[in-house]
Design a protein around this ligand. Sequence first.
Ligand SMILES: *Cc1c(COP(=O)(O)O)cnc(C)c1O
Length: 410
Amino acid sequence: MKKKNFTSTALHSDREGKPEHGVLHKPIHTSVAFAYEDARELAEVFQNKRKGYAYGRQNNPTIEALAQKITKLEQGLASVIFATGMAAIGSTLLSLLRQGDHIVSSAYLFGNTNSLFNTFKELGIEVSFVDATDVENVSGAIQENTKLVFVETIANPVTQVADLEAIGALCSDKGLIYFVDNTMTSPWLFSPITVQASLVINSLTKYIGGHGNALGGSVTDTGLFDWSRFENIYDNYKGADPAQWGITQIRKKGLRDFGAALAPEAAHHISVGSDTLSLRMNKACANAQAIAQFCNDHPKVRKVFYPGLPEHPQHDRALTLFNNFGAILSIELDDSIDCFDFLNALELVVCSSNLGDNRTLGIPVAHTIYWEMGPERRASMGVADSMVRLSVGIEDTDDLLADFQQALSL
Ligand SMILES: *Cc1c(COP(=O)(O)O)cnc(C)c1O
């Protein structure tokens, strides 16, 4: 299911329209303010009657160039860029939901998203966590006040693949917003629009930026959701074209009011990084597959979680939906080897909490990113104390395998 022209699109995105001075990279615009010779023009920008920039917190030419690039990669209608992936998730949901609303979310979630959703509960937004690898569980949790279904493509750290296609059909049937976090797959491995996603979030910090040198987040409206049927759109944002209602409310209520705007310098880093997304990801996925197979055959590894292994419960689904199986894998070590000693013995692999860097990173998940969750929720997510999550990078495969071999022979 290879998409056509993905990398050419990324590389030449900044040259479309009228490039400033013929530049190949969109310049880093640092001006917070924009001057208008005609005061009426500025008023029209404020009233959404004309495209233009009003203030750096809402948009800027460098940020807009990145937004257009992400929109093209996701084959969507429009995107809004945020300071981080969490800002994209939190601000978007708070801009669209109201007290008394209900959302259904996958129980297998990025830790901070899980924490955020628990805050929503305190604010009067109900959340049901379900095993989203089977659409039946999502369908069974839908209530009269359900507004939205939230899933990740490949979940962290156990690599469950959500029942993406069937959940898309369900949301479309029930008129619910289908919100897909595409961070783990990135638009190179998966296009959520093909499973009828309404909104796609990407943490740009991860594979899209790819170099671990800038935080960022995006939300893309695929154009598939009928916003004219969504009762939470404020009258102010109901312009002539209902297709724009959702993204306008996300930009105004989400980005403008909460204020988590991306800095233009970071947008530049991310945009440069995104040029090589497909090349980096192909190599990282190939390395992940090699490490998964190596660990699977190793007596000191009890279990390997990687969608690229034929015994993974959603292997066939991943094979059908994705371009490749991703670069995240987790291993559960045998009792004969301590996970801290193992991580300390690795020489090339870095002990670090990030993922999606070009360098291979490893972390003991139960003791770090999933610590705050407590033992019960960890157990329900399948996170064992001896689990190590690996975010596989683009090093030479032989060097990585040699590192695992020596660290496992402790
Ligand atoms: C990292 C991550 C996020 C949050 O992104 P930040 O840019 O770190 O805020 C959200 N979802 C998933 C799946 C992630 O891996």
